[in-house]
Design a protein around this ligand. Structure first.
Ligand code: NAD
Length: 499
């Protein structure tokens, strides 16, 4: 890991170069260490936002005007650089936010797959007009787009928006989480190494103030924000008087897994464990509620309790690591405070979550809930599952449907008709049938309803989200549109002679 420590901070990536930053310092910390050892000392330069937006504006005409093939060529150059950068990016992710190195490697490797997938899907996602339409249906880039990312997938959740936004002719200013500046820097290095056209992709570092300045910048025509509901709400408020700025929100979740009597118990247990505990529960799609019908609830609870009790977190660089620490010591404090608040309102520990020494480590918690507790509507963003034994199937569906968020939801059952009921009644942008709530694909839509967001700006529909549609209709030069009323008015006089 020494490779990642004290990697020099290179500043912001603006106009095709790393530019030294002037401003307040901030650092990323390794959550797998008890003192939170510094990984990178970065600088928040809010003034760089103006320079980055100007660079993106200057590059816009050339990039937008280039043939899509030229944009694809440039993106393929980035794709070709991924293998050489993958390990460095993965090491940075693990050092800064603590996910297992195996997960971090998968995240870093996904950059290349995303580029290939977006290129392949583009014709399907930006379709021509239907048969008989009297013109063309085109998709115009929005302009300069700000992409603001969270800490939990510090590279993927920039990349998954950056690629579709660029391919459709927009230019980008990205801002990584302040917890992960080194990961952001290493992502930008891919573009530097690929000689990507100057100013088309830019990246600025900073805290919330940098994100706020970027989102509110008058030169920014679209904002794609991935993060918490609270921050999304703030950006929405700050941009309220700019209705022309397209604000796309990918927010949190409180994702239920509904297990019916006819489910395969082994499968349900395994998928719930993956859903609840991968990335130490810090996924927007993490399973955080399990709702079971009476015929399966006791066995499911027993099996989950046994498994939860066996899971202990380990250092993320350990090849056998299943669950690393939380992303920071502050995240651990806030998680444990929310766990305690849940207990305060009556959640009973089946397996209690415990803070462990040596880093921001916690053990996973399984809690019995009655239904209606505030914790069932709050994202804890850690390995915490509320278990609800429903009175019957109707009650189980009603519980799953009562969710202010609506990102992902799982149903475990043998019956296809149960899936149709689930689709009909449970609010969710992603439904996983006999799969963990974490199941998602870049080749399908991704995004949530309710407090989970708007516009479904990720996944397969991302290129469409980065554009506005334009209808283009044409007439042959000189053709007159027939109109009896106008003909009667004009008679056979030439147009210029109307007095
Ligand atoms: P966060 O909201 O704290 O921060 C996200 C980003 O917003 C950071 O880059 C931060 O600097 C920036 N920011 C902070 N204040 C801002 C402001 N006023 N204006 C503009 N930008 C500002 O989120 P986080 O803690 O980094 O991430 C965890 C959250 O993200 C969870 O709620 C999780 O569910 C959500 N998330 C959602 C998805 C999804 O696809 N729906 C994916 C991953 C994470």
């Amino acid at each position: 890991m020494s490779e990642t420590r004290h990697d020099p901070f290179r500043g912001n990536f603006v106009g095709g170069h790393f530019v030294p930053a002037i401003g307040d310092g901030f650092a990323s910390h390794d959550p797998a260490t008890s003192a939170g050892d510094v990984v990178t000392e970065a600088v928040a330069d809010v003034g760089a936002v103006d320079a980055a937006v100007e660079a993106a504006q200057a590059a816009l005409r050339g990039w937008r005007g280039a043939a899509v093939e030229a944009r694809i060529d440039a993106l393929r150059r980035v794709q070709s650089k991924v293998p050489a950068h993958q390990e460095r990016i993965a090491q940075a992710i693990t050092a800064e936010m603590g996910k297992s190195l195996a997960e971090a490697r998968a995240e870093a490797g996904s950059i290349a797959g995303k580029i290939a997938g977006v290129i392949e899907q583009l014709p399907h996602e930006l379709p021509r007009a239907g048969p008989g339409a009297p013109g063309e249906q085109r998709f115009h880039p929005l302009g300069v787009v700000a992409i603001i990312g969270p800490f939990n997938f510090p590279v993927h959740l920039l990349n998954t928006h950056v690629i579709p936004t660029l391919i459709t002719g927009n230019t980008v200013v990205a801002k990584p989480s302040e917890l992960t500046p080194l990961s952001g820097q290493r992502y930008a290095e891919l573009f530097a190494d690929a000689d990507f056209p100057a100013g088309v992709f830019n990246l600025v570092h900073g805290l919330g103030a940098t994100g706020a300045a970027l989102a509110a910048h008058p030169g920014v025509r679209g904002v794609v924000f991935t993060g918490s509901y609270a921050t999304g709400r703030r950006i929405r408020e700050a941009t309220f008087d700019r209705p022309g700025k397209k604000l796309s929100l990918e927010l949190g979740g409180k994702n239920p897994a509904l297990v019916l009597d006819d489910a395969d118990l082994d499968q349900a247990v395994r998928e719930i464990l993956l859903g609840a505990l991968l990335t130490t529960g810090q996924r927007c799609t993490a399973t955080s509620r399990v709702i079971a019908t009476p015929g399966i609830a006791p066995a499911l609870e027993r099996r989950l309790a046994a498994a939860f009790a066996r899971v202990t977190p380990s250092p993320p660089t350990d090849p056998a690591c299943f669950m690393g620490p939380l992303a920071s010591h502050a995240a651990r404090e806030s998680f444990m405070a929310r766990v305690a608040a849940g207990e305060g309102e009556g959640l009973k520990a089946i397996v209690p979550a415990r803070a462990l020494p040596g880093g921001a480590y916690v053990t996973p918690g399984l809690y019995r809930a009655q239904g209606g507790e505030a914790t069932l509507s709050e994202e804890l963003f850690g390995p915490h599952v509320a278990f609800e034994a429903a009175a019957d199937e109707d009650d189980a569906f009603a519980r799953a449907a009562s969710n202010p968020f609506g990102l992902s939801a799982s149903l475990f059952s043998a019956r296809a008709d149960a899936l149709e009921r689930f689709y009909d009644e449970v609010p969710a942008g992603v439904i996983n049938f006999n799969r963990s709530t974490n199941g998602a694909s870049g080749l399908l839509p991704f995004g949530g309803v309710g407090m989970s967001g708007n516009w479904h700006p990720a996944g397969s529909l991302a290129p469409r989200n980065a554009t506005y549609p334009v209808a283009v209709m044409r007439a042959p030069l000189g053709e007159r549109t027939p109109h009896a009323g106008l003909d009667r008015l004009l008679g056979d006089r030439p147009l210029g002679e109307i007095a």
